[in-house]
Design a protein. Structure first.
Length: 261
């Protein structure tokens, strides 16, 4: 299939600059930007000057660049729209199910999930989640839950055209190709919640469910609960799955979900 035409290349280039600054986590020079993005310095210079004028990037004394303060305004506006974060924590506490376990709330960005709210539990999992953390969607419970709300054809198209190809596995248990992922998404739809058995971390099981709003047929977020694999048994797994499904339904209702869950 022919790639979708980008109507505003300048906007795409600006987005790629901001994405790179966000991913690196450290100041970047113009030469590094040009080399990584494979764009001419002359074009980047004018683009970065404009982004600096708009406070989207900050230029340090040495000429290196970082994200600017205006980006935070966008981030705050996005998180305000997703004001379900407080409801997320409060609802889980009200349910009084697995209160000491780790819970997470994330959104999907293409083929990745971005965690926007996390509360790490009292039991060590070997991994501490934090807001802003990114992971490949196909290895996470929330990512699989959100992907399961796409039609198979759309999910296949997305997974077959991931930038850089299939993501490097995080453990030996992760899904390895699109065919196995589609089969997993079909199972999730039947089961009504997703299961990640050590796909992200050895010794950690996660159970996730999609969250809907009033405007979109696909999930706008995903929630998950994580437990230690040593404690897992069929009864506990079913309990965790149904609990996270109930939490997702409650959050969806708060967002005016477009369809009954």
């Amino acid at each position: 299939m022919q790639a979708q035409k980008i109507l505003a290349p300048a906007v795409a280039r600006a987005s790629s600059v901001l994405d790179l600054l966000a991913r690196t986590g450290h100041p970047v020079t113009l030469a590094e930007l040009a080399r990584t993005l494979q764009l001419p310095k002359s074009s980047l210079h004018g683009l970065c000057t404009t982004l600096e004028h708009l406070n989207l990037i900050t230029r340090l004394d040495g000429g290196q660049m970082t994200l600017g303060p205006h980006v935070m305004m966008w981030a705050n506006a996005f998180l305000t729209r997703l004001d379900i974060t407080q409801e997320f924590f409060a609802s889980w506490d009200d349910m009084r199910v697995l209160p000491e376990e780790t819970i997470t709330l994330s959104v999907r960005d293409g083929t990745e999930v971005v965690y926007i709210a996390c509360r790490n539990g009292k039991h060590p999992l070997g991994l501490r989640f934090h807001a802003g953390m990114r992971l490949p969607a196909v290895y996470t419970a929330t990512g699989l839950a959100m992907l399961s709300t796409l039609p198979d054809a759309s999910a296949r198209q997305l997974l077959d055209h991931q930038p850089g190809g299939w993501p490097a596995p995080l453990t030996r248990h992760g899904l390895r190709d699109t065919a196995s992922a589609i089969a997993e998404l079909q199972q999730i739809r039947r089961q009504q919640y997703s299961t990640d058995r050590e796909g992200v971390r050895d010794g950690m099981y996660c159970f996730g469910a999609p969250v809907f709003d009033s405007h979109h047929p696909e999930a706008v977020a995903g929630v998950a609960v994580s437990i230690r694999s040593l404690e897992a048994n069929p009864a506990l797994e079913e309990r965790a799955g149904h609990a996270i499904r109930k939490l997702a339904d409650r959050l969806s209702e708060r967002l005016g979900a477009w369809r009954p869950q």
